[in-house]
Design a protein around this ligand. Structure first.
Ligand code: ZN
Length: 188
């Protein structure tokens, strides 16, 4: 699939999900057997870990179609970047979606601030630039969208593999925002 075909596939899949028309394809024993010796996912999704945000369902995909990395706040850190680099360099995946969402608990915690102990402090520090570059009246949802956009930038500034793929036209990275109730994804 070309990049534009992949984007159409994601958008069409999301429409099916939002309208309760999931296809249920590529989820059976035959599909598992086909993929034993390799994978060829058409898109990478860097998503929040939130249980309400399930990329494979949101885009109506089955086994082996999405390379999904989930971390609270969908942040670009060393581990998520390295995982994405694998899919770009070794699987030839052409599209990355950074999927933020409505009512994100990680962004809410980052906005609230304070001491959340070592591990969570470290994770939430990745969201601080989005807070700082948003206006005083910005909502948590505004900051989530900004965070997705800054994460897209981080992926290219912090990874020569990802940057080279973008520059050569082999890879496109898109920030996106998911609405919990409608099930729809806005590409930002
Ligand atoms: Zn979240």
């Amino acid at each position: 699939m070309s990049i534009s075909e992949i984007l159409s596939r994601l958008k069409n899949g999301n429409q099916k999900f939002a309208h309760d028309k999931l296809s249920g394809h590529n989820k059976n024993s035959m599909r598992r057997k086909e993929l034993v010796d390799g994978q060829n996912p058409f898109a990478i999704v860097l998503s929040c870990a939130d249980s309400r945000v399930v990329p494979e369902l949101i885009f109506d995909t089955g086994i082996g179609e999405l390379f999904v990395i989930r971390v609270a706040g969908n942040v670009a850190n060393t581990s998520t970047i390295a995982s994405i680099e694998y899919a770009v360099a070794h699987l030839g995946t052409k599209v990355i979606v950074v999927l933020s969402h409505q009512n994100c608990g990680a962004v809410t915690a980052a906005v609230k601030g304070g001491d959340n102990d070592y591990n969570l402090n470290h994770l939430l520090a990745h969201i601080t630039p989005a807070i700082c570059s948003s206006g005083d009246n910005a909502t948590v949802d505004d900051i989530s969208k900004k965070n997705a956009k800054l994460t897209v930038l981080n992926l290219t500034t912090r990874s020569s593999i990802i940057a080279a793929a973008v520059i050569s036209g082999k890879l496109e990275i898109l920030p996106a925002y998911y609405y919990l109730e409608s099930g729809l994804v806005d590409f930002l």
